[in-house]
Ligand binder design. Sequence first.
Ligand code: UDP
Length: 313
Amino acid sequence: MRILVTGGAGFLGSHLCEALIARGDEVLSLDNYFTGSKENIQPFLQHPRFEAIRHDIINPIDLEVDAIYNLACPASPVHYQFDPVRTVQANVLGVTHMLELARRTKARILQASTSEVYGDPQVHPQTESYWGHVNPIGIRSCYDEGKRVAETLMMDYHRQYRVDIRIVRIFNTYGPRMAMDDGRVVSNFILQALKNQPLTIYGEGNQTRSFCYVSDMIDGMVRMMQKEKFVGPVNLGNPEEFSVLELAQKVIALTGSRSKIVRKPLPQDDPFKRRPDIRLAKEKLKWEPRIRIDEGLQKTVAYFSKLLSEGKQ
Ligand code: UDP
């Protein structure tokens, strides 16, 4: 199989490329390197079944492929809010271009959607049937509404043109190869703890998230791509829920850090609670996360310690 991974040099994209190469597929990574990095794909850049192209999906591209994983979009709030218009365009123009490519080549296409389609949810845990609670005009809307319209485009290409689609809704995921400047809670806390700097809790720290280790997420995505007669959307995430304060305490304990905790203002529209209901993924994909938070955090701490010891900041 010749598989296109858009966002292939990103955090999830690079792990996905690696897993697909290991399975024997031919992998084409496409990335504009806004948040992705060449270092992420360095380990397999010379592999004979891997190829990388610099391209932004907001412009059309014509390729011959058998399957498409569409991951291209900045996913961390600091990055998707940097150029919000472009974030919307990645999800409208970019997704349309990928769907046109899928339509012409008859490739199956999997869209990396997000728990953000549920917004600041009023139903807990979140099931796929929940329509969400999203501010259409806030600072997170470029991503939330962008990803929602991306799902709409996927469903309409499926109904109107019979494009073979899959939709996964990805909940918070962490692990090695997260960008150091990602601004996410897991990478921020680990880096702050390793540098003995204060851990920055936004708001009171009683907002919750559920953190999935990257290898579990990739496994779920590949299973969904292979699943017949099920388009989704399906939630992928780890249902173990922690408050941001609990996470800070865990990271401090795990790293043996001298860091204290400081409070910063809570960003606008920051969801208060988030936990996936993964019954559908269990039933349809026989999937559930295997890596518990302590093990996953240890692996991520080891990754960031190595980067810091190499002088990266
Ligand atoms: N957060 C925090 N300190 C940080 C970074 C994030 O307290 O240094 C909080 C943030 O306000 C949110 C949660 O952690 O409530 C998860 O934030 P992240 O940006 O990782 O992901 P998302 O909000 O997209 O789930």
